[in-house]
Structures are given as C-alpha cells and as structure tokens.
Design a protein around this ligand. Structure first.
Ligand code: ACO
Length: 448
C-alpha cells in the first residue's frame, strides 16, 4: 500500500467552557498572564456527564456517520489516552459497543498510554499495520482523547478536554512520510500520575518546559538526518509549509517554533536572511544547556521566527487556544485546525508534526497533503470537521462554576453508585454522555 495515512478526521470537545480572561481575575493572577503569558483564550472541560469514554464514542460515531463508513469496514482500532478510568479495561473495549452491534468484533488493537504521546503511538501503530503483512484491506481507526485537569494552582489554567478520531488507510489525503520520523524517549519526572486515587498529575512545570524543548531539538535533528540521508538534500523549515506542535498552551508552541529556527541557524540554513543571521550570531557558540534558559536567545529567535510563525504555525493554533490542552488529542486538534483554516487547500504541502508526552516519549514526523477524491478529500474533511459550528456552540460558564465542577469531579473519580447531576442541556445533539455508574462500577452511556 502507498501513501498510508489519514483518510478522514473528526474532532469532539465539550461545549462547556471558561474564558481565560475571567480565570485570571478569579485566580488573582496578573492581567494578561493566561491570555498573553500562556497565549490561551478559553478552556473546555467535562462535567460529570462526560468523560474520555463518552468523548471517544462521540468522535468515532460522528466520523463513521459523516464519512459513511460501515463499522464492518474497520479492522483495527487503537486509542491513545492518559485519562485512566479503569486500570485494566481499555477505552477501546467500550468503543466496541459501536462495532459489535453490527456484528464486527474482529478488530485488533487496544490502548496506548504515556502522557500526551498515546495518540501518536496509536497512529504510528495503525499506519504500521496497514503497511504490514497483517493488513487485511480494512481501515484502521485511531482515537486520541483526554480530559486534562490539574489541581488548583498555576497549572490549572492549562487544562482542556477533547477527542480526535482518525480513519487510517492507503492513498490517504494526509499521507505520513513514515521513514523520516525522528524519535526521542527518556526517563524523567516532569509530569506523572503516581496518585492512583486522583485524576491530577504531579507536575514540575519548569522541567516539563525544558524537557519539551530538548526533545524537540533531538527529534528535529534525527528527522533532518534521516531526510538528508534518504533524499540527499538538507532539511530546514523551508521544506515545511506547516508546523504543528503538541500544545499544552500556545506560548510553548511559539517558543518551539523559534527553537526550530535557531536549529536551522546553527545548521546554516539558506532561508534565514542577513539580518536574522546577524541577530542570532552572538548565540552560535552558546553552550547547549544554557540555550534552554537564555532569555535573550529566546527573544531574538522568536523575533526572527515571527514572520514565518504567522504562515507556518498560526493556522494550527486555532483549536488549541480555544479548547486548551487536550493531552493526546492536542496535536491532532492542531492538524484539524490547519485543515479548517485553509479550507483544505493544501495539495502538495507538507506539515511537520511534533508529539511530546511527559515522562517522556516524543516523535517528530511529517505529513504530505494530497487533495484526493470524493469523501476522502482534503476539502471534504475540512468541511466535515464543521469547526465553526462547534466553536459557535460553546457555553461559557463562570470561573466559580468551573471550580465547582472540578470539585464535583474529584468526588466522581473512581466512584461508584451515582448518576450525573450536570444539566444535559449543555450537550450538543449527537453527544454521548454517562447515564450512570452502578454499584459494581459498571458505566453505561446514552446518546443525546
Ligand atoms: N502579562 C503577560 N505575560 C505574563 C504576565 C502578564 N501579566 N504574567 C506572567 N506572564 C508570562 C510569564 O512571563 C511567562 O511567560 P514566559 O515563559 O515567556 O516568561 C508566562 O506568562 C507564564 O508565567 P509563569 O510565571 O511562567 O507561570 P507559572 O509558573 O505560574 O505556570 C506553567 C506556567 C509552569 C506552564 C504551569 O501552567 C504548568 O505547570 N502547566 C502544566 C505543565 C505543562 O503544561 N507543561 C508543558 C509541557 S508538558 C505537558 O504537555 C503537560
């Protein structure tokens, strides 16, 4: 099979949301800290009617419906998530409800878990499957989904929630250039979830920022090396039309892109003009370790990267700024944003995709866009995503109500014997929601 990749995409995020501007005031943070400092506008969150399973059910059902794919046509289903609802039963098994009712239980794959990287692991697995001798001609299906919630404090405004479903197969309009993938994996304690009775992570925010940027450097270096070895040409940002990065919050994405430009400068890329080179020259011999904390370098490289940022990164930032960190879904929400912002006019273009999951697991890979035909075409995917109406149906609640929900959710995590109390009027039509968790912790869902 040729050009294996993403044939179709769907994104779901809760309608319930809170504005960062209001959160700043409520938290007593200085004006602009969340909106400019983190670069975020709004954060979506689950009430007790929704969770990672319901969001995944919604994303998968909508994808199958919109692209007219029969459940029997799916041969592999993989879920990437770090939202643990059950330590044994995979999210994938709940999704099987959508397939077994049509008689299809012959579907390989389970869940992948490592912070925000699980979705990428699931995607690479599915692509590998289609490219392997095990492939039986059916579609793969990948779900990347999370509810990102933090304890009260500086990390809470970087929460979010969402699910992305992607159909995988050959002759894809979003074809992965699998062979260039650059990966870096390591053992660090930057963000982890050792408290099994709590949904909240333990976070070393500063460390997570530097681990992210170091991983980006290493993945980009390895990607460029493979590209050069296989094509005989050097790689730089001039070969990429779009750059999509995992987005815990937008400011880190701005810094990441600047970091890539700095990498290109160090490798004497020709697209950087004389002015840019002169600005960066003082930092050429800066020791690597220092370069991660040098504020002058950060400022200058962001200044140099700014003109390219608007073109190459800007389009991917729409949903992550409006929804917040969706952990595993974040990178793919960025990709959906590019499709939406360009109305799918991407034929022949290339996107770089940087996936980072704390702990840590990271990969940088590329996608080549090909218009394609019919339902699996870029223009159709862009319109089927229906982003404007999803953004238009946000319900904005007060920071007080957001905090009340977070408190309630603390009592729901790991609990049995309850029915949700949130108002189902907050759900868009076609949304799956939790009906109840019985005394044996068995969860049942319905669709609005
Ligand atoms: N106006 C404009 N900017 C402001 C203002 C203001 N009034 N106040 C602060 N800022 C800027 C700061 O200068 C800083 O920007 P900079 O990094 O460019 O200097 C930014 O706003 C954030 O301010 P900090 O003081 O650094 O914020 P704090 O330390 O309180 O929290 C953090 C930020 C560490 C990111 C926290 O939200 C966190 O721990 N988040 C979760 C971890 C995370 O997302 N890590 C990223 C990778 S791992 C992952 O994906 C989970």
């Amino acid at each position: 099979p040729q050009n294996v990749g993403i044939l179709a995409m769907e994104i779901y995020f809760p309608a319930t949301s809170v504005l960062h501007d209001a959160l700043e005031t409520f938290d007593g943070a200085s004006k602009g800290k969340y909106t400019i400092g983190l670069g975020q506008y709004r954060l979506a969150f689950c009430t007790d009617l929704e969770d990672v399973i319901s969001m995944s059910l919604t994303a998968v059902q909508c994808l199958l419906d919109k692209f007219n794919v029969a459940p029997s046509q799916i041969g592999r289903l993989e879920v990437g998530s770090e939202t643990v609802i059950d330590k044994s039963k995979s999210i994938k098994t709940w999704l099987m409800q959508l397939f077994q009712k049509c008689g299809n239980t012959d579907i390989e794959g389970v869940d992948s878990t490592n912070a925000c990287y699980g979705g990428t692991a699931a995607l690479l697995n599915c692509v590998n499957w289609v490219e392997s001798s095990a492939w039986d001609g059916r579609f793969g299906l990948v779900v990347a989904a999370d509810s990102a919630v933090y304890a009260e404090g500086s990390a809470r405004p970087t929460g979010g929630a969402g699910a992305v479903a992607m159909l995988i197969g050959p002759n894809a309009p979003l074809a992965l250039e699998r062979k260039y993938t650059g990966t870096h994996m390591d053992h660090v304690y930057d963000f982890y979830k050792p408290k099994l009775a709590s949904e909240y992570p333990v976070v070393d925010g500063r460390l997570s920022q530097s681990c992210y940027l170091k991983a980006l450097d290493l993945c980009y270096g390895r990607f460029c090396e493979k590209y050069e070895k296989l094509t005989g040409k050097p790689f730089s940002l001039s070969e990429a039309d779009y750059v999509v990065c995992h987005s815990p919050y937008n400011k880190l994405v701005q810094k990441s892109f600047a970091r890539l430009a700095y990498n290109d400068f160090l490798h004497r890329s020709s697209y950087l003009d004389g002015t840019a080179v002169a600005l960066l020259e003082p930092f050429r011999t800066l020791p690597l370790e220092e370069s991660y904390s040098n504020r002058d370098l950060e400022k200058v490289s962001q200044q140099v990267a700014k003109q390219f940022y608007e073109l190459k990164v800007g389009p991917s930032t729409l949903l992550p700024k409006q929804i917040g960190n969706m952990y595993c879904a974040s990178l793919y929400a960025g990709l959906a944003s590019v499709l939406h912002q360009t109305a799918g006019a991407l034929d022949g273009k290339r996107a770089l995709m940087f996936s980072y999951g704390s702990g840590l697991a990271s990969s940088l890979f590329s996608i080549i866009f090909r218009e394609g035909e019919g339902k699996f075409s870029l223009s159709h995917i862009a319109s089927a995503l229906d982003i404007n109406s999803k953004l238009g149906s946000f319900i904005t609640v007060s920071p007080e109500e957001f905090e009340r929900t977070m408190k309630l959710m603390e009592t729901r995590y790991g609990a049995n014997n309850f029915k949700p109390i949130a108002d189902s009027a907050t759900l868009r039509p076609g949304t799956f929601f939790l009906l109840e968790v019985d005394s044996l912790y068995r969860r049942t869902y319905d669709i609005k």
